[in-house]
Design a protein around this ligand. Structure first.
Ligand SMILES: Cc1cc2nc3c(=O)[nH]c(=O)nc-3n(C[C@H](O)[C@H](O)[C@H](O)COP(=O)(O)OP(=O)(O)OC[C@H]3O[C@@H](n4cnc5c(N)ncnc54)[C@H](O)[C@@H]3O)c2cc1C
Length: 427
């Protein structure tokens, strides 16, 4: 394809290709908030890998990834056009976050040439699915307090410890793992990042059952897992250099100019709450079109959506022009977390009792109850909104840093709670 193909020509080509190759979302499509049996979920993952492969073969995978690693090497406008055309089609939702970003994005930024050539094409073909091994039982917000240890042994490292809250580890292939390699320096200076195959003898995966009945989240126990030094990403003890970019990508997947790598414009909004457009249908099916309070709620939802997308636009412009710090991504992260919870609440209240007692297979009401139960997840995953507020106050507004008793102290000497928690924050 010509390198000077215009965005509109690209859009037309994408439109025709999608119509011919990709299945439309069917009436039985269920959002990810539905709890489903394992075999059904595995079949969906396999189908998403198949569609990802179709995208790859059709020349539409990794639109903003460099060509030498299997991508299309195109600018963000092309990715945006493709996402617009993708509306209504099945797309590999599970293969986007955290697989494409932050994981593939971190490999792209910090991997060696060999690591990039080995893994990125496989990720773009749907052959490798990556998850984040970041949070630990004692360090979620305080992610730099990681205790999973990696000890050098010849050409290998030996990893021992536990990670937790890994979304979908049981159906994924690789973990991007933040480990402690040095206990004699302050916590941010003794970390290293490794690439770890998830399904191997030394890793026990335990699934966590949540309030909504799902068991997507996993805890992994690593015992003497050997990782070759060639699978280290970034410098030894310099994992925080990788980690800060990693967290920035994680924080900003739904709202920053760096979120170039996921495909599917509605993927993340739909996980956080119904788009306001659907609320009109909801209003009709609940028989509340003439109810002033309900109409006001729909107006509120529209306002939230417009404010969120306008804020995103402004943040993108500030960051891309260099007029604003990339830490402004925390503002978008905060807005998406707060707005997502509010939208889910509005939809739930509009539906009234049908949201609880309605048929889960109902197109309109189906998963509103579940989304309401999950509404806080968008304020926690990707780093909490409280941490986003800290980042905004300290790094954007320049307010004094919060007290951290473990700063400049060798991590070995830091007193921690029995669960392993210590002071500090995910930044
Ligand atoms: C949907 C979802 C997906 C996730 N996926 C993954 C994944 O794939 N991989 C992974 O590694 N993790 C994942 N997580 C875990 C997530 O990153 C952590 O839950 C999150 O960082 C918070 O850590 P924590 O649960 O340990 O809470 P804690 O850090 O214990 O925090 C508890 C509360 O205290 C607040 N708090 C903590 N420190 C401060 C501070 N300094 N200032 C102000 N408030 C503070 C927090 O905001 C929070 O409200 C996921 C979580 C969710 C909800």
């Amino acid at each position: 394809m010509s390198e000077i193909e215009s965005v509109e020509d690209f859009r037309a080509r994408a439109r025709a290709w999608l119509a011919e190759n990709i299945p439309r979302i069917g009436p039985d499509h269920r959002g990810r908030s539905f709890v489903r049996p394992d075999d059904e979920e595995l079949a969906e993952v396999a189908e998403e890998r198949r569609i990802q492969r179709l995208l790859f073969d059709g020349g539409f995978a990794g639109i903003c990834f460099p060509k030498e690693y299997g991508g299309q090497g195109l600018a963000r406008e092309y990715a945006e056009a493709f996402d617009q055309e993708l509306a209504g089609y099945s797309f590999p939702e599970r293969l986007q976050v955290p697989n494409m970003t932050p994981c593939a994005t971190v490999i792209l930024e910090f991997g060696t040439e060999e690591q990039k050539r080995t893994h990125l094409p496989k990720i773009l073909r749907g052959e490798e699915l990556w998850m984040q091994f970041l949070s630990e039982p004692g360090s979620g917000s305080d992610v730099a307090g990681a205790k999973l240890s990696a000890v050098r042994d010849g050409d290998d490292w030996v990893l021992n410890g536990s990670k937790i809250w890994t979304t979908g580890a049981w159906w994924s292939d690789w973990g991007l793992c933040l480990a402690r390699t040095n206990w004699d320096v302050p916590k941010h200076r003794g970390l290293t990042v490794f690439m770890v195959p998830i399904h191997q003898a030394g890793i026990e995966i335990s699934r966590i059952e949540m309030l909504d009945g799902s068991n997507e989240f996993c805890q992994e126990y690593l015992t003497d897992v050997r990782v070759p030094d060639t699978d280290r990403i970034g410098g030894i003890d310099d994992g925080w250099t990788v980690g800060t970019r990693w967290l920035l990508h994680e924080r900003s997947f739904s709202s920053s100019p760096y979120a170039l790598h996921p495909t599917g414009s509605n993927a993340y909004g739909s996980a956080q709450g119904d788009p306001a457009g659907n609320l009109l249908t909801l209003l009709e099916s609940a028989g509340r079109v003439d109810d002033p309070a309900a109409r006001e709620d729909v107006g509120r939802a529209y306002t939230l959506q417009v404010a969120t997308s306008e804020l995103d636009r402004r943040l993108h412009a500030l960051i891309l022009s260099g007029k604003g710090s990339d830490q402004l991504a925390a503002v978008g992260r905060l807005m998406h977390g707060v707005a997502g919870a509010q939208l889910a609440t509005i939809a739930f209240e509009l539906a009234g009792q049908s949201a609880i007692a309605g048929d889960v297979d109902d197109d309109v009401l189906g998963d509103l109850g579940m989304r309401y139960l999950l509404r806080q997840a968008g304020s926690i995953g990707g780093g909490t909104t409280e941490i986003a507020r800290n980042v905004i106050s300290e790094r954007v507004l320049g307010m004094p840093r919060e007290l951290a008793l473990d700063r400049n102290v060798p991590y070995r000497e830091v007193r921690t709670a029995p669960s392993g928690g210590s002071s500090g924050a995910r930044r």
